[in-house]
Ligand binder design. Structure first.
Ligand SMILES: *Cc1c(COP(=O)(O)O)cnc(C)c1O
Length: 480
């Protein structure tokens, strides 16, 4: 607390947020209200725990600790060392890894920086790499480029070439990848995706890498919680390096991890290469508040209950998929093995952008997504839905059927709006969705469904928030 001797220039250090900065506080309150009142179906999002948020908001944010435990550039790191060592131990435990065979760097700020550091560790500038193409579900950081532009550091600083899905099955085309790799001779093959509803065949990928003398890296950002809970194939059996985010199915704070193999003769220096790539090659001081939060989240992941959570996430995704199929809709690959479904809207004559927009108006958060065979990446023909966050709000199969019905109604309204818009233009579509006009019913139907979505969403708790005392903040109008 400030005392009588606290100089004026330091009084602000002791003033709570609500008092010193009502503007930011109000934005946080509005966002809290939005999360409480809506249905979060973005497959890359989740709701982290109270304890994780406490650690993330802690005083550890004050400390600089460039380097590694026991080898820092600054003093005062005895507790930070203890923290980072604990976090590493928990990361290995969460994935059942033997510390003699695997190591981990817990400093990456996020998934993208973890990936760039991993590339920096494994290959030389301008070396060749292959990753799943973005339109087929891959991530930007796996080498994405367009005809006109190298889009990410992974294609700017390296030569990249995408592999693809087999259009007839919408599964990874492993024979095609093998043929391309034989010609392209990548030094690294990246597997893992952001929008792929099925599991990976790591053994086949490893065989291809061995043939071409390439490293195999798995980026399990999306599925890492499900992998830790042993509900999916284990990439650690076959890969040299595994990267992940910590905030998707793993349910931690926003950060990244890089696991590296220590146990084979050609991997002797992998530990040093990865650690040097993270710092000083790609990053500066670690975010120690985040590392504390990652450690706490990993402790939760190691509990038997987390396995139950992961099972429920998958059961919910399967229920969501089968409910949509029962309504007559088309899913990429027809269903899912993990936490997400890819919904192909093209048979309905709707675009992902339009359905995303309607869902936004309804308080259902989803994202437009390319589906296999899309003519243009600019107008994705589908949407991606995930069940991690809804499962974190306690929903189970019967509740997910209610969500599927709400989505079904959203599609019916989208079709009506498209008719009432009188054109295929997104701006006309948005106009009829948001303005009540004589003779048109779409905008009213959007409002009615929004009320049902909000009433349903507010029945559920929100981790880290006491919803029983939550009040609608100023700046949010509700006419119901
Ligand atoms: C989300 C994601 C990332 C990037 O993570 P950020 O934390 O947003 O940088 C990397 N790879 C994959 C496969 C992802 O899904």
């Amino acid at each position: 607390m400030a005392t009588a001797n606290t100089p004026a220039f330091n009084k602000m250090l002791y003033t709570p947020l609500a008092e010193i900065d009502p503007e930011v506080k109000n934005i946080i309150d509005k966002e809290t209200w939005r999360q409480f009142s809506g249905l979060e179906l973005i497959a890359s999002e989740n709701l982290t725990s109270l304890a994780t948020m406490e650690a993330n908001g802690s005083i550890l944010t004050n400390k600089y600790s460039e380097g590694l435990p026991g080898a820092r550039y600054y003093g005062g790191n005895e507790y930070i060392d203890e923290l980072e060592i604990l976090c590493r131990k928990r990361a290995l435990q969460a994935y059942n890894l033997d510390p003699a065979k695997w190591g981990v760097n817990v400093q990456p700020y996020s998934g993208s920086t973890a990936n760039f550091a991993a590339l920096t560790a494994l290959i030389q500038p301008q070396d060749r790499l292959m990753g799943l193409g973005l339109p087929d579900g891959g991530h930007l950081t796996h080498g994405y480029y367009t005809a006109k532009k190298k889009m990410t550091a992974s294609s700017i600083y390296f030569q990249s070439f995408p592999y693809a899905l087999d259009p007839s099955t919408q599964l990874i085309d492993y024979p095609g990848l093998e043929k391309q790799a034989k010609i392209f001779k990548p030094r690294l093959i990246i597997c893992g995706a952001s929008a792929y509803p099925r599991d990976w065949d790591y053994a086949t990928l490893k065989a291809i890498c061995d043939k071409e003398g390439a490293w195999l890296m798995a980026d399990i950002a999306h599925t890492s919680g499900l992998v830790a809970a042993q509900q999916l194939n284990n990439p650690f059996e076959y890969c040299d390096v595994v990267t992940t985010t910590t905030h998707k199915t793993l349910r931690g704070p926003r950060a990244g991890l890089i696991f590296f193999r220590k146990d084979s003769p050609n991997h002797e220096d992998l530990e040093k290469r990865v650690n040097d790539a993270v710092f000083p090659a790609c990053q500066g001081g670690p975010h120690n508040n985040t590392i504390a939060a990652v450690a706490t989240a990993l402790l939760q992941v190691s509990q038997p209950e987390f396995k139950e959570y992961a099972r429920q996430v998958i059961a919910n995704a399967k229920t969501l998929g089968s409910s949509l199929v029962d309504y007559g809709y088309k899913l990429q690959t027809g269903g899912t093995d993990n936490h997400l479904v890819l919904w192909d809207l093209r048979p309905l004559g709707l675009t992902g952008s339009k359905v995303e927009k309607v869902c936004d108006l309804l308080g259902i958060t989803i994202n437009k997504n390319a589906v296999s065979g899309d003519a243009s990446a600019q107008t994705p023909g589908g949407i991606r839905l995930g069940t991690s966050a809804l499962t974190s709000r306690n929903m189970q199969e019967e509740d997910i059927k209610v969500v599927a019905e709400l989505l079904h109604r959203a599609i019916q309204i989208s079709l009506l709006l498209q008719k009432e818009a009188g054109s295929k233009m997104l701006k006309d579509f948005i106009r009829v969705a948001t303005t009540e006009t004589k003779g048109k019913v779409g905008a009213r139907k959007v409002k009615e469904l929004r009320q049902d979505v909000v009433a349903f969403a507010r029945k559920w708790p929100l981790p880290g928030v006491d919803v029983s005392t939550l009040q609608r903040p100023s700046g949010i109008e509700e006419d119901f």
